[in-house]
Structure formats: structure tokens, C-alpha cells
Design a protein around this ligand. Structure first.
Ligand code: ADP
Ligand code: MG
Length: 281
């Protein structure tokens, strides 16, 4: 087979080799937090957003963080992304201290943050410009492939303002995936969408992440979303944010809309709801 990588390619000395080595071992640790504490200092005083937060995410695992608004979910994600510092504990991504700008890490937020003066395609290829890589035909082809995958075939040359909210979030998803990140960090990516669009996109996202065997940390306050997508759901308690429960979601895959009607889905939903209520004091 011509697609078999050479030894040099497989070498862990290269970024590609490292990614392949990681991908080959699904039990490899992707994200580790040990005793993480985060205190925000502001004029009105200090807020302990996270206290003694510890968990591990293996390669290929999809994990949701769920909890009430203000419990520190976004803070956890930002700490993993290396966007903010923490006061105590350890945060490792693929075995190294977390830091910003890692090529292997892709970020997606509630608002799609598309540049309005750029076409959909130009927005999707933006990460390569940030990494100062010339946009060649192969990158443009990949953008087209991804736009098709997220249901935006034919919208390449449109501008963000010509798209609905759901379509904009699909474009942001294509942009998230274009660099082939080994770790996806998503902060309530569907929360701003209307209910019908959100329901449709959640199953599409589930199927996409199953195809990609993605390692992901997904922040949400929606129990159904967490269950449809995840291998594990980490329930966070508030003030200060910490891990209240770590629940394994053993629902069969692929997951489609039928999964919502299963007895196990209802049982897990109750368990998460109970954990959320208890942890809210
Ligand atoms: N930059 C900041 N400065 C001060 N306090 C902050 C800042 N960001 C978040 N916080 C506080 O930290 C806590 C956790 O915030 P956040 O991680 O955004 O929660 P969540 O994403 O679960 O809603 C909240 O009490 C919030 O007000
Ligand atoms: Mg948040």
C-alpha cells in the first residue's frame, strides 16, 4: 500500500510521526490535570474559579464537562488550551505542560468568530495563515472536503452574513478540523443556536467525531448533548469549581436520535441531574 509511512515519517522526532505514534495508542494520555487551582484576581477581589481539579483524558476519548453557569467549565478549557495560567497543580497536554498555540489543539467557541469580510472558504483556511503556511491547492481541496462534510457544499464563496447561525457554526467546525487537530476543545459550540438547529447539529457532530475518533473536551450545560456525544461526562460543582462526579457513558455507538429514547439514556440523565443538584448545594 502506497499510504504506509516510511520509518522517517514514523519517527517521533517529527510532528507527524508524533501524531501517528499517539494515534496508534488509544490509551496514551491526551490531557491530564492534577490538583489544578485557578484564582482570578480583579478589582472587586479574588475569585477561586477552580480548586483541586484532577482528571485524565485518554487519546480518542470524548469527554464532556457539565455544570452550572459560572462553575469554571470555560476556565478548565482555557487552562488546557494554555490561554490562561493557573496557580497550583499541573496541566499536561500530550505529556507536556499545556501552552498556547499548539498546532495539535483546535478550539471552538459558542460564537463562531468568523471574519465578516472573508468568504467561508477564506475563513476555513485561516488557521494556516496564522501558522504562516501558504494556502495551496491541497489546502483548498481539504477546505472543500470539510465544507461538504459539515453540510456546506457550494457555500465556499459566500460571506458569513449570508449564512444562518447554524451554517456559521458549521463553517467554524470546518475551520476547527482543517488543521487535523489531535485534540478538540469546544466551549458550548451549539448553545447559541435555536433548538431545532441544535438538535440536528448535535447528531451530525456525534457522527463526525465518531468518524474522526476525535479526542475532545466538550463544555456544555445540556445533559442530552453531553450524553449523545461523550464517552465520559465530568460533572463540575460550583464555587469553587471542582470535579463532583466522573460518569462513564456506555451507550452504544453510532448514536442516532433513537439513543435518546433508551432506558440507559434516561438512567444516565437522572444520574447527571442528581450530581448537578447535589453539587449545587
Ligand atoms: N477574567 C476573569 N476575571 C475574574 N473572574 C473571572 C474571569 N473569568 C471567569 N471568572 C469567574 O470565574 C468563575 C468561573 O467562570 P467560567 O470558567 O467562565 O465558568 P463557566 O464557563 O462554567 O460558566 C465565575 O465565577 C466567573 O465569574
Ligand atoms: Mg463558560
Amino acid at each position: 500500500m502506497s499510504g504506509v509511512p516510511s520509518d522517517a515519517y514514523r519517527s517521533e522526532e517529527t510532528a507527524v510521526g508524533r501524531d501517528l505514534a499517539i494515534a496508534a495508542d488509544r490509551t496514551h494520555e491526551a490531557v491530564t490535570l492534577v490538583g489544578v487551582e485557578k484564582i482570578y484576581e480583579s478589582l472587586s477581589g479574588s475569585v477561586t474559579a477552580l480548586q483541586d481539579v484532577s482528571f485524565e483524558i485518554s487519546n480518542g476519548e470524548f469527554v464532556s464537562l457539565i455544570g452550572a453557569s459560572g462553575c469554571g467549565k470555560s476556565t478548565v478549557l482555557k487552562v488546557i488550551a494554555g490561554l490562561i495560567s493557573h496557580q497550583a497543580g499541573e496541566v499536561r497536554v500530550f505529556g507536556r505542560p499545556a501552552r498556547a498555540g499548539l498546532r495539535e489543539v483546535g478550539l471552538m467557541f459558542q460564537s463562531p468568530v468568523l471574519l465578516p469580510w472573508r468568504t467561508v472558504r477564506e475563513n476555513v483556511v485561516l488557521p494556516f495563515e496564522i501558522f504562516r503556511q501558504p494556502i495551496d491547492d491541497s489546502i483548498n481541496d481539504r477546505a472543500s472536503e470539510l465544507l461538504e462534510l459539515v453540510g456546506l457544499a457550494g457555500f465556499d464563496e459566500k460571506h458569513p452574513w449570508e449564512l444562518s447561525g447554524g451554517m456559521r457554526q458549521r463553517a467554524a467546525l470546518a475551520r476547527l478540523l482543517i488543521t487535523n487537530p489531535s485534540l478538540l476543545l469546544m466551549d458550548e459550540p451549539l448553545a447559541a443556536l435555536d433548538e431545532l438547529t441544535r438538535e440536528r447539529l448535535i447528531f451530525e457532530l456525534a457522527s463526525l467525531c465518531e468518524q474522526l475518533a476525535a479526542t475532545a473536551v466538550y463544555v456544555t450545560h445540556n445533559i442530552a448533548e453531553a450524553l449523545i456525544l461523550s464517552d465520559r461526562v465530568i460533572v463540575m460543582s460550583s464555587r469553587p469549581g471542582t470535579v463532583a462526579e466522573d460518569i462513564t457513558v456506555s451507550l452504544p455507538r453510532p448514536r442516532d436520535s433513537d439513543v435518546v429514547d433508551s432506558v440507559e439514556f434516561a438512567r444516565l440523565g437522572r444520574r447527571i441531574r442528581d450530581a448537578l443538584t447535589t453539587s449545587d448545594g
